[in-house]
Design a protein around this ligand. Structure first.
Ligand SMILES: [Fe+2]
Ligand SMILES: [Fe+2]
Length: 260
């Protein structure tokens, strides 16, 4: 099975490049399953029914989240209506689920889980549970199921936490794909016990920006040390950032595209 994992799709430019190139990539790369992180899908903040539907129509099969997934009120309905998960280590009072087992037909069942890191994160992440032991719990809760492949989207800031998390799970899950920083890393590799890993898939969105936000706003934030109202950049070059995971040959490779 060949899985395409797309890093944080950010706002309209991110959706546009997915619409423009995903159908072609799926055919060219013989992709069986497309998973995308969508915490910034709608105007940079969370998801809506219409933007998730737009991505399904473009060919995305499954959606993962992060710290921004709860921004829009309708996310609660989206969790019911779409194959969408949120970080499992949020409090149980939150809507949505942290993992799902997806029946992919001839390729069998795929366990997809979403966890969030706690290092250098700040804010509400202080209230999340330990992602390491919660990953253990997810694996033990699903150990009697017939799972062909398992993938975790580990949504975290610190590269050290991401690497430690992947080594902790090495040999116990098929792949750990990092998200959240919006900056792609070129360290995709197979760990000693066989888990395929990348620290961050990167951002699918406008790259003439600071992580998707208008650069002038972020520069101003640093100049003044005061919070600014974020506006997402809609003009300029766009990137498509992803990795392809070949579960049979055990190869993880980066697939990036840049367009105007
Ligand atoms: Fe993000
Ligand atoms: Fe995030």
């Amino acid at each position: 099975m060949r899985i395409l994992f797309i890093g944080d799709i950010v706002a309209k430019p991110g959706r546009e490049i997915v619409n423009n190139i995903l159908p072609e990539i799926k055919v060219k790369e013989s992709i069986d399953l497309v998973i995308a992180n969508v915490e910034n899908l709608s105007g940079g903040k969370g998801v809506t029914r219409s933007t998730l539907k737009e991505m399904q129509d473009a060919g995305v099969d499954f959606f993962t989240g992060g710290d921004h997934i709860f921004w829009q009120k309708e996310v609660e309905d989206c969790f019911q209506e779409f194959p969408l998960i949120r970080p499992a280590n949020y409090p149980s009072t939150c809507s949505g689920e942290g993992y799902k087992v997806l029946d992919t037909g001839r390729n069998g069942s795929v366990l997809i889980a979403n966890l969030i890191g706690r290092t250098s994160f700040g804010g509400n992440q202080a209230y999340t549970d330990d992602p390491f032991t919660l990953a253990d719990k997810i694996l033990s809760d699903t150990e009697n199921l017939d799972i062909a492949f398992s993938l975790i989207d580990f949504h975290a800031e610190a590269t050290s936490e991401k690497q430690a998390f992947a080594y902790y799970l090495d040999g116990r899950v098929g792949a750990v794909c990092g998200t959240h920083t919006h900056v792609p890393t070129c360290d995709e590799r197979v760990l000693p016990s066989g888990t395929m890993y990348v620290t961050d898939a990167g951002m699918t969105g406008n790259i003439d920006s600071v992580l998707g936000v208008k650069k002038e706003i972020i520069i101003q934030q640093y100049l003044t040390a005061q919070n600014q109202r974020f506006e997402w950049e809609n003009t300029g070059k766009k990137a498509f950032r992803s990795v392809i995971i070949d579960t049979d040959s055990k190869v993880i490779s980066r697939l990036d595209r840049i367009s105007d």
